[in-house]
Design a protein around this ligand. Structure first.
Ligand code: ANZ
Ligand code: ZN
Length: 883
């Protein structure tokens, strides 16, 4: 009697379940289940998650991001969107290069084998990616187009070479990133003391886009405020003034310039400070050995040092009194060389740093105060540094003006005298993309003695990396030697490769047109799909990756490679930064040392004991690291508990943007919930099978597909309403709120309502349960498919199997208001009861209209004149009095 099909359900272990569906989806991908997915008329939805570096190991952070994006992609597909959800590999970079050097293997071989492993791991987590859109940034069919992008930038003057100070490892003969120089100033690789060297480097002109990159943050109303603030600070627009200081006669120099945001303090000027690499400082250092020594030694000083070197016999004038040369000039390491004009006008009376510098270098000298604080200002520091004050009597004709007004007037005066004017400075610098490394995309340039720098012609792209390399490209004579495309003479290839951020700054365009071998991507396809609807990734990319992506996207828009969408060339409509995953960490209470898992007795998981001492261990959740023995292995977790449980667990434990404290022990709740669904599948299946035997099945199925709430009552009505309410909440969480943790708790509630409901008719039960399966399918795809298959076999044993992902998302229906029983008391007697929406309590007029319209009321009140109609603010008793 029982359905023979679910005999096969029970014994399936979670591993078998995963395997069964992975195999089936391999043949018939779930994402293609909806027939519409290849038709043109569907609305697009572009779900994107940040691409991984192929280390060979999918870690728990990856599991979190890709679960989120996968769930959203599946949800959208069921809602009839044509979804793009692809995967690729940020495959150039240092770890592969190091592995190659240390182990003597080919960086490419190492990388490709890691990719194979990670693809498999993604498969086991049931991530449903469009693999035919996949790209690998170190493959020539991708980096060819990264090189083309470089050339497009160069055509527009946005890629150029400039001398720049770099960290140079004299042993390895390579440039190092700042992070590769240790605290003692030594190379992490060779151990040699790193030198500062001026080298010709390639830059991209991101500063040309500073204004739109800043302003268009305002268009991004679906980005976290925090990220926008970080970008804003990074771009760092500063509005202020340029001030020109005349130099006393007898020097080669006529004037010195500075940038200030506080021209109102100009009367308080007491010294000028220039950076140690300001050309003037370097000029004087040639004449003054002490200064040269000071500059050399200052390299080891902290950024906020108060050290200074007063240039002897060198004075400038305050432009407000251009004839009086009484302002000393210092060389000061606290001044940043490449900001503003590499100089600071020192106002010790109103700036904390200037105050510290002045009292250190000119002890016992007076301090000039030129701004009085506002009246209500509480005096807490020696000097007033705020901007709310007023210029005092030291400010001549400007005395009495507010700081902002006074500042404006002073700048106007400077402009008239041609000694300054309004000015804007940006913190943003052009993007240095040159790397003297071999595991990156070669910069497609040829240096010719007669023609200069010549771009590699399109037909010669890509400039291929030599195979099996283990050293910078400059070490390879074979690579470097070439002929000039323009004159044919002997020439040298550029041997720098590109920063890997360049590879990842445009990949989401390539996804829209991954196989294009004629151009970087097609205008139409990119314009149809971009901007990305939702981008999910770590907060650590809040600045560089996202800023570079915005820059490149805006550039490609300005270059007419795509339409720019409705956000002025912005690449991403909604950004979600998922929180970190922290690991469960055990501490020995006696020694404070971190404990290895095998040093802890977990018999009682709530009370872990230090095996050695028998004492209770401390538990904390901390950033995962090898030294804390708190790493989690996603593969093992999936192996043990199944992919569905792991996915649901990771979503359930914390809101998407919060830190997640990974505690595998807590997964039992999730597993219990999933097995409840599986068990209940049997019951529903049983009910359907009995119905078939008694010939009622067709009727039940057709009823369940066309339920009308108006005709439901009792438990049926109640369950239907509960189901609809939860579906609404789940839908909303997927759609707008992204509160995916509440999705899981809603699933559990929904499951409980259905499984504990009594006296529910089979059509309503079937409707509710099918809705549940559809609703959980984005999160728990294997369980949903499995249960769906069984139910469908009971619904119609002769039907061919079709995936649950072919189904539409459960329809949200209008939920009728809950009814309350209103007692109507007429002239002191309870005459009748009216069922009316509960929410009419407190709405006097609506309730009164409804009551008077009812048949009962018309009968009881016929011909009578109402003198009193009392609707209480609470409760369900309504009093009516008549003449
Ligand atoms: C005089 C002054 C008086 C300043 C005062 C501040 C307060 P932001 O907002 O970052 O643009 N400055 C200018 N160039 C500098 C450099 N190369 N290195 C270090 N500091 C520099 O800051 C602008 C302010 O930072 C400028 O305004 C200047 O000091 C300093 F009561 O000028 B101010
Ligand atoms: Zn040439």
């Amino acid at each position: 009697m029982a359905n023979p099909n679910y005999a096969s359900l029970k014994p399936l272990s979670t591993q078998e379940l995963d395997k069964k569906w992975i195999d089936i989806w391999k043949e018939k991908p779930a994402r293609l289940a909806k027939v519409g997915s290849e038709t043109k008329d569907l609305e697009n939805y572009y779900a994107l998650s940040m691409i991984p570096y192929p280390s060979g190991n999918l870690h728990i952070g990856h599991l979190r991001v890709y679960t989120i994006s996968d769930v959203l992609a599946r949800y959208r597909r069921m809602n009839g969107f044509k979804v793009i959800h692809a995967m690729g590999w940020d495959a150039f970079g240092l770890p592969a290069e190091n592995a190659a050097i240390e182990r003597g293997i080919d960086a490419n071989v190492w990388t490709q084998s890691n990719i194979v492993k990670m693809r498999e791991q993604m498969n086991t987590m049931l991530a449903d990616f469009d693999w035919e859109r996949e790209f690998i940034s170190c493959n020539p069919d991708y980096y060819k187009w990264t090189q083309k992008l470089f050339l497009l930038l160069r055509e527009k003057g946005l890629a150029y070479q400039k001398e720049s100070m770099v960290n140079w490892d004299p042993v390895e003969k390579t440039v190092l990133a700042n992070e590769q120089v240790d605290a003692d100033g030594r190379s992490w690789r060779s151990g040699a003391i790193v030198e500062k060297k001026m080298l010709s480097q390639w830059f991209l002109g991101i500063t040309e886009f500073a204004e739109p990159l800043l302003n268009d943050l305002n268009l991004l109303d679906q980005w976290p405020e925090r990220v926008k603030t970080m970008q804003k600070n990074w771009i760092g627009k500063s509005e202020g003034a340029k001030v020109i200081f005349p130099v006393q006669e007898g020097h080669d120099l006529k004037e010195l310039q500075t940038f200030t945001t506080r021209p109102d303090t100009l009367f308080g000027l007491q010294y000028l400070a220039i950076a140690t690499n300001n050309p003037i400082a370097l000029e004087y250092a040639k004449k003054l050995p002490e200064l040269a020594k000071f500059i050399e030694e200052s390299k080891d000083l902290p950024d906020d040092t108060k050290a200074g070197f007063k240039i002897p016999d060198f004075y400038v004038a305050n432009p407000l009194t251009p004839e009086v040369f009484d302002i000393p000039v210092f060389v000061a390491p606290y001044v940043v060389g490449d900001y503003g004009h590499g100089s600071v006008m020192g106002c010790p009376g109103h700036d904390t740093r200037d105050f510290g510098f002045w009292t250190e270098n000119m002890p016992n000298q007076p301090i000039k105060s030129v701004i009085n604080p506002p009246k209500d200002h509480e005096v807490s520091e020696e000097i007033y540094t705020g901007k709310q004050g007023f210029l005092n009597d030291n400010c001549g004709p400007f005395s009495g003006l507010s700081s902002s007004e006074g500042g404006k007037k002073i700048v106007e005066l400077l402009s008239q005298k041609q000694l300054g004017g309004f000015d804007v400075q940006w913190r943003l610098r052009d993007w240095l993309i040159s790397r003297q490394r071999f595991w990156g995309a070669p910069i497609p340039i040829i240096h010719c003695d007669s023609c200069g720098t010549v771009p590699v012609p399109d037909e010669d792209l890509p400039v291929l990396l030599p195979e099996g390399l283990g050293a910078p490209l400059s070490h390879s004579e074979e690579f470097a030697h070439t002929h000039c495309p323009s004159c044919g003479g002997e020439a040298k290839r550029e041997t720098d490769t590109m920063d890997t951020f360049m590879d990842s700054s445009w990949y989401f365009f390539r996804y829209t047109d991954p196989k294009n071998d004629k151009s970087i991507f097609s205008y139409e396809k990119a314009s149809e799909l971009m901007p990305v609807d939702i981008y999910i990734g770590g907060i650590e990319h809040a600045i560089l990756h996202l800023l570079y992506s915005r820059f490149i996207s805006k550039f490609l828009h300005s270059n007419n490679n795509w339409s720019g969408g409705d956000l002025n060339g912005e690449p991403v409509r909604r950004l979600v930064t998922q929180g970190m995953v922290h690991g469960k960490t055990f501490n020995d209470p006696d020694t404070g040392k971190f404990l290895k898992p095998d040093e802890v007795d977990l018999t009682n998981p709530d009370k872990p004991l230090v095996k050695k001492t028998g004492k209770e261990a401390f538990i904390t959740f901390e950033k995962m690291s090898k030294s804390k023995y708190n790493g989690a292995n996603p593969e093992e977790c999936i192996q043990k508990h199944g992919a569905d449980a792991t996915r649901a667990h990771i979503l359930f434990q914390a809101p998407v943007e919060d830190v997640l404290s990974w505690d595998e022990g807590k997964i039992v709740g999730i597993k219990r919930w999933l097995s409840k669904i599986k068990t209940f599948t049997e019951k529903v299946s049983d009910d359907l099978d009995s119905a078939r035997e008694s010939g009622k099945l067709e009727d039940i199925v057709s009823k369940s597909r066309s339920l009308d709430i108006a005709k439901l009552s009792g438990e049926d009505r109640k369950l239907w309403i509960d189901v609809q309410k939860l579906l609404r909440s789940i839908t909303n969480s997927f759609h707008d709120d992204l509160s995916l943790n509440t999705v899981i708790s809603d699933y559990m509630k929904l499951t409980n309502f259905i499984t504990s409901s009594k006296k529910v008719s089979t059509p309503v039960l079937l409707y509710s349960f099918e809705s549940l399966l559809k609703a959980i399918s984005p999160v728990a795809p294997a369980t949903a498919e499995e249960c769906w298959e069984l139910i469908q076999k009971s619904v119609n044993p002769t039907n061919q199997w079709t995936s649950i992902f072919k189904e539409d998302w459960p329809k949200l229906e209008e939920i009728p208001a809950e009814l309350g029983r209103f007692s109507i008391i007429i002239n002191g007697k309870r005459r009748f009861v009216l069922n009316a929406p509960k929410n009419l309590v407190g709405n006097d007029q609506a309730l009164r209209d409804l009551i008077l319209k009812s048949e009962d009321a018309q009968e009881w009140l016929a011909g009578k004149n109402i003198t009193n109609f009392i609707v209480p603010p609470k409760g369900f008793a309504v009093t009516i009095n008549t003449d």
